[in-house]
Ligand binder design. Structure first.
Ligand SMILES: [Zn+2]
Ligand SMILES: [Zn+2]
Length: 107
């Protein structure tokens, strides 16, 4: 699969890991009233996903870990969305040793 934000290409599993490492800021966290939400917008069609979060604690360390987990969930939704809606991004060519994939841009 191709990353929608850079030139990374890999299997869905590799892309998922890449998103969490390279594009964590793509997952939004919002607080409205007493509720917290997280969301992610598809960069290809602008479709957005948003879910409420119910943290069990407001401890800062807990929230940090919690946000890391939420990002993985959000990117999972995005990868699934891309597989279903944007099959042109779901190239299989990047599997295996990744020969031919030339990284560009900021490392
Ligand atoms: Zn990327
Ligand atoms: Zn989309």
């Amino acid at each position: 699969m191709d990353c929608p934000w850079c030139d990374f290409a890999g299997t869905p599993r590799e892309l998922h890991a890449h998103l969490g490492e390279a594009h964590p800021e793509r997952v939004r966290f919002e607080e409205r009233g007493s509720s917290r939400f997280y969301g992610i917008d598809c960069p290809i069609c602008d479709e957005g996903y948003e879910h409420i979060v119910k943290p069990r604690s407001r401890d800062p360390g807990f929230m940090e870990e919690f946000q890391r987990e939420i990002r993985l969930v959000a990117f999972d939704m995005l990868v699934n969305h891309m597989l279903g809606e944007h099959s042109e991004y779901a190239t299989e060519g990047a599997e295996g040793d990744g020969a031919g994939a030339v990284p560009e841009g900021p490392a």
